[in-house]
Design a protein around this ligand. Sequence first.
Ligand code: NI
Length: 162
Amino acid sequence: MSVLPIRTLPDPVLRQKSKRVKTIDGSILKLIENMLETVRAAPGRAGLAAPQVGVPLRVIVIDIPGAENVVLINPEIVKRSGERPVTEGCLSVPGYYGEIKRAESVTAKGRDASGKEIRIKAEELLAQALEHEIDHLNGILYLDHLESQDKLYKVEDEVPQL
Ligand code: NI
């Protein structure tokens, strides 16, 4: 396993639409292991999407301290409800955080590393991370959700880096 370098803006891979994974083979399993290692090594981290390590494939990992890891291949949000203001940062946009709106709860589906179809109903940080990481697969960054540039701040306090 290895810690992979994280791509940051303006790397164009962050704006690409990632491709679906057709077969969960050894290279995908290795990617997942390396992504988990990378997210664990990053300060204040909560999740990572494959394009952030330069791989435009639809794979995300979420590692929220005190909760079980989430690995989702070809994830999709199937339901969103409510809206709440959140503070959000991104490992690919170092030095900044912003205030945006996210859903209060989301349901996501996808496959786990063994290929089994799973469905996750989430609230709070896990819901925020699912929306954030799945956005990455579509080339969307939290910056795109800012209502105005006044809602973007330089990092002073520790905020979740998704
Ligand atoms: Ni991010």
